[in-house]
Design a protein around this ligand. Structure first.
Ligand SMILES: NC(=O)C1=CN([C@@H]2O[C@H](COP(=O)(O)OP(=O)(O)OC[C@H]3O[C@@H](n4cnc5c(N)ncnc54)[C@H](O)[C@@H]3O)[C@@H](O)[C@H]2O)C=CC1
Ligand SMILES: O=C(O)CCC(=O)C(=O)O
Length: 435
């Protein structure tokens, strides 16, 4: 990921995690020992995975699984299939997962996985063989009580079903809780497919209430995959005016509001935004559109030093992981543009993954309505705790700093009880009690 460090850079193992930690050291009152505990992942594993292709040849795919911190529970995080994925990106994503699980207070640590592949170039058979091979490579380190993968960019419920099946073949027993994001027909949770988006919609509603905003709210959403498309529908249903959306090929815009239901129906069959009757725009135009809320929901590093001065949105809701570089984040804060950070805004997905794991563990399955009610409550509670830290005596704290403060404190408190660090109860000023 682009960390805006400049040509000299900072030579550390997880450079971006260190940059993030630097930003919160003061606000979260971190000691050198705290930083030492958080600046590197506990475990990095990688494997070059050979896969038999349909034409009989063998291709080798570099892959990663990084288990960042497990103080609060089994490590948890998605696996992405993307040609550009690399170790440093997975490091940062695993770090963010650690904080994300802590900020919404679910009993997991953080991890992330990735495979360097363009899945659109694989047949269904090749994709299945790759997914199963990934589990064979990492089988010894994953499991319902150790490290639990889930979907992320370019991975879905079908891939999770193959992975779970492979895991169970190797274990020789039923173990649905080893993987989440499975199809509901195969022990997945109702509502997991829309959970990240529903969680984001709930956080945006909470922010609008908190900031006392009324009147029509125009939103632009970058990314029209699992997160972006479901979010467009939830926000439209809640009365927001979705004026622009995009995917990797570019976007469309209608300042009077896109007809979201028709758009989604058409997109499901054609997968082409440009079939829809609206003005075509580039992703850059979408990011700099004059809207109330800009929602990056695609990939990392979209709001950067090169476009930050052009951002016109009154607020940013980060649904993608890491869409704003540190330098751009600082700039937006100086401009008074609130950024609701990824670890809070997109935590709905992992929250319902946790619900799925609970259902798998108890063998008792919930309705979609029950899942969604519990999700809304969990997201609102997390938002209120972060909002309290943001306003509590430190008016200059950004939303990201407040969320990091809550998360880092929860992780370090758990670490302190495990690691015989003195004064575990003395982590004051954070809002998270060790009890
Ligand atoms: N799926 C989930 O449950 C969660 C996803 N996230 C994050 O949300 C983001 C989106 O994830 P998904 O929707 O699941 O992925 P997806 O693979 O379903 O969709 C990604 C979308 O982004 C678009 N895209 C890709 N590159 C782009 C670019 N350069 N410019 C504009 N659009 C581009 C794609 O065309 C697609 O519409 C990622 O950052 C992911 O890590 C975060 C939490 C949970
Ligand atoms: O559902 C999960 O366990 C993880 C989702 C994820 O990878 C993320 O929140 O970035």
């Amino acid at each position: 990921m682009d960390s805006d460090l400049g040509p000299e850079g900072v030579e550390t193992v997880c450079e971006v995690c260190e940059v993030e930690l630097d930003r919160i050291t003061e606000v979260a009152q971190l000691t050198d020992q705290d930083i030492e505990l958080l600046r590197q992942p506990r475990r990095r594993i990688n494997a070059n995975i050979p896969v038999r292709m349909d034409d009989g040849s063998i291709d080798v795919f570099p892959s990663f699984r990084i288990q960042y911190n497990g103080a609060r529970g089994p490590t948890k995080g998605g696996i992405r299939f993307h040609p550009g994925v690399n170790e440093s990106e997975v490091d940062e994503l695993a770090f963010l997962m650690t904080l994300k699980c802590a900020v919404v207070d679910i009993p997991f640590g953080g991890a992330k996985g990735g495979v360097q592949v363009d899945p659109s170039e694989l047949s269904a058979g090749e994709l299945e063989r790759l997914s199963r091979a990934y589990v064979r490579e990492y089988h010894d380190t994953i499991g319902p009580q150790s490290d639990i993968p889930a979907p992320d960019v370019n991975t879905d419920a079908q891939i999770m079903a193959w992975m779970r099946d492979e895991y169970e073949r190797l274990e020789g027993e039923h173990a649905p809780g080893a993987i989440t994001g499975k199809p509901p027909a195969l022990d997945g949770s109702e509502g997991r497919d829309t959970a990240t988006a529903l969680g984001g919609a709930e956080i945006l509603d909470a922010f609008v209430d908190h900031a006392d905003i009324d009147g029509q709210i125009d939103v632009a959403i970058q990314g029209f995959g699992n997160v972006g498309s479901h979010l467009a529908r939830f926000l439209h249903d809640r009365g927001y005016n979705v004026v622009a959306v995009s995917n990797a090929a570019g976007g469309i815009r209608d300042p009077t509001g896109l007809a979201v239901t028709e758009l989604i129906d058409g997109y499901e069959s054609e997968h082409d935004l440009f079939e829809f009757d609206a003005t075509e725009i580039s992703n850059e135009e979408l990011l700099t559109a004059d809207v109330d809320v800009l929602i990056p929901a695609a990939i990392e590093d979209q709001i950067t030093q090169s476009n930050m001065a052009e951002i016109q949105a009154a607020a940013v809701l980060e649904m993608a992981n890491g869409p704003t570089t540190p330098a751009a984040d600082e700039y937006l804060a100086e401009q008074g543009i609130p950024v609701i950070p990824d670890i809070l805004a997109n935590a709905g997905g992992v929250t319902v993954s946790y619900f799925e794991w609970v259902q798998n563990t108890t063998n008792e399955y919930w309705t979609e309505r029950r899942v969604q009610e519990k999700l809304r409550k969990q997201m609102r509670t997390a938002f209120e705790a972060v909002a309290e830290l943001k306003t509590d005596g430190q008016p200059d704290r950004t939303w990201r700093e407040a969320a990091y403060t809550r998360a880092v404190d929860a992780v370090l408190t758990a670490e302190s009880y495990r690691s015989n660090i003195p004064d575990p109860t003395d982590r004051s000023g954070s809002g998270v009690s060790p009890d």
